[in-house]
Design a protein around this ligand. Structure first.
Ligand code: HPA
Length: 270
């Protein structure tokens, strides 16, 4: 796998004219955040050697290179999900590539179901921890010791200083930010009421189908991680209604501009 990662990194480096500092993964309905990026160039996933190709609507597949809030960024417009049939290693391959391109800070966004009864649809949650309910891990298999340790520490998967800064920024900008634990599941079904209840009982505040594998791989390589989740539907007993991918996309895209503001201020502050 290391050979493949290096091959992809060399391909991108041959086109890259700056040293990237920040990687951003844009989740469901949040791809429009690229409007805020001063784009220098883009490469579609299908043109990148060894890159998987995104199969989900609302997830266009391209790497966007440019400047955002004064930082040189690479944004992933479209991510890879385990439920698409990729292996955990394929799902997280781009994160490996971002790290080898020199990126130390990974910003992740996603859409999720809210299971904390205090949360409302449309809220933005700063992820302060996660629970891996995928039943597997992208690190299963022979460890690539050049990339990280066999048994990575996860005591602070999401950077505490960045979380505190983001919450301050929310206060300052009058953007209501929640804070909570994200449980990652395989999907692709949304949960049954019994499953939402079960996931709530694990201690999670929101549930979604991404992010956890990416953050595990990022932490394996000692990248700093920060993540935001848009609560797009409710998994709280008594509030559960039928949900569709289209609704999830719609709610997420409404939160997009607020999320972009928080991320921009956060990047300016570091
Ligand atoms: N469950 C799982 N994933 C999700 C949800 C949900 O309710 N909403 C958006 N992604």
């Amino acid at each position: 796998m290391l050979e493949k990662i290096k091959e992809t990194v060399e391909f991108i480096q041959s086109k890259l004219e700056f040293n990237p500092e920040v990687g951003i993964i844009l989740g469901t309905g949040l791809g429009g955040l690229t409007k805020e990026i001063n784009i220098e160039f883009e490469i579609e996933y299908k043109d990148i050697p060894n890159f998987p190709v995104s199969t989900v609507e609302g997830h266009r597949g391209a790497l966007i290179f440019g400047e955002f809030a004064g930082k040189k960024v690479i944004a992933m417009q479209g991510r890879f999900h385990y439920y698409e049939g990729y292996t955990m290693q394929e799902t997280t391959f781009p994160v490996r590539v971002l790290k080898l391109l020199g990126i130390e800070l990974l910003i992740v966004s996603n859409a999720s179901g809210g299971i904390n009864p205090d949360f409302s649809v449309g809220d933005i949650m700063v992820i302060n921890d996660h629970i891996n309910l995928f039943g597997t891990s992208p690190l299963i298999g022979k460890n690539i010791s050049e990339l990280g340790p066999r048994f990575p520490d996860m005591s602070e998967a999401y950077d505490k200083k960045l979380i505190a800064k983001a919450l301050e920024i929310g206060n300052k900008l009058n953007i209501k930010l929640r804070k909570g634990i994200y449980a990652g599941v395989t999907g692709p079904t949304f949960e049954t009421p019994a499953e939402y209840f079960y996931i709530r009982s694990t201690g999670a505040d929101a549930v979604g189908m991404s992010t956890v594998p990416e953050v595990i791989v990022a932490r394996h390589m000692n990248m700093t991680c920060f993540a935001l989740s848009v609560i797009t539907d409710s998994g709280v007993p008594g509030e559960i209604v039928e949900v569709s991918h289209e609704e999830v996309q719609e709610v997420a895209s409404k939160a997009e501009s607020k999320m972009a503001l928080v991320i921009a201020e956060l990047l300016k502050s570091i």
